[in-house]
Design a protein around this ligand. Sequence first.
Ligand code: ACO
Length: 311
Amino acid sequence: TTTELETEFERIVQSDQRIEPRDWMPDGYRKTLIRQIAQHAHSEIIGMQPEGNWLTRAPSLRRKAILMAKVQDEAGHGLYLYSATETLGVDRAELTANLIEGRQKYSSIFNYPTLSYADVGVIGWLVDGAAICNQVPLCRSSYGPYGRAMIRVCKEESFHQRQGFELLMTMMSGTQGQRDMVQESVNRWWWPALMMFGPPDDRSPNSAQSMAWRIKRHTNDELRQRFVDMSVPQAEVLGVTFPDPDLAWNAERGSYDFGEPDWDEFMQVVKGNGATSVERIANRRAAHENGAWVREAAAAFAARTAGSEKE
Ligand code: ACO
């Protein structure tokens, strides 16, 4: 009966075991997972664009090779996550259509332009740093295929974060002009990086249910605080500052106090009014349409191979 199925589902979730694709799950749980994992997959794919912008202008062959590998990793993450979403009964073609027609979201962070090469370092350090902070706990997400995908994604993200930090360390030990470039880039990315964690808890409609289902393991504000606490000492090592006059150590809490991100800006970006929102989707749509012949050829080849196996 449904009650027995619900009890069994609750038992699995509450005992920190995994829900697998063939297990019964409430419709809301399935819907929430499809929403979050698809959004996450779209973010990885759209996230290739801001850094991809610098591939042809990387300052050395070494930097170009690193950046190319990194952008390619993001494509891989998108693919694992689309596969995880497919285990919930949706089709990847449908998800791609949802993205390019604006029915599904992707992370706000990828709607900002990459104006200087320092942005490549800062994205690695702060954006991938924020991604790790949010995603390491998702390795313990209650849905098996999502949690398992996160393990590899986090290992690769942690490599990305270090390459960003190493790039910035190199620039910071260069000329004054290079140090200024890094600081200017940090000033632009700090607040958008804090917004990646989502709206404040009292304005996060999905958090309570997602926490109860153990899809999310921490609230948006908890992870944002963790990220600030982790980043301040790293900024000191680098020799940069964050553009927040309210940032101060709070000995009582054993954490840093920090200012309020501009939530109106966040809402605008999420609605599709970010500086590069239109361009990002137009590029994704063009790549999808220009790739139609590849999908057709692959499907034709698969059909022919399947036919020859039957013979
Ligand atoms: N960018 C765009 N949309 C966002 C963002 C953001 N940074 N944060 C929240 N939202 C959206 C939510 O998707 C939700 O909209 P929806 O109900 O239409 O889907 C709405 O704002 C309200 O937010 P919450 O109720 O807090 O939503 P949720 O519980 O899903 O929490 C969070 C948001 C923390 C981003 C969660 O979905 C999550 O952990 N996702 C996995 C990580 C991820 O997607 N990372 C991608 C960026 S990192 C990278 O790819 C390198």
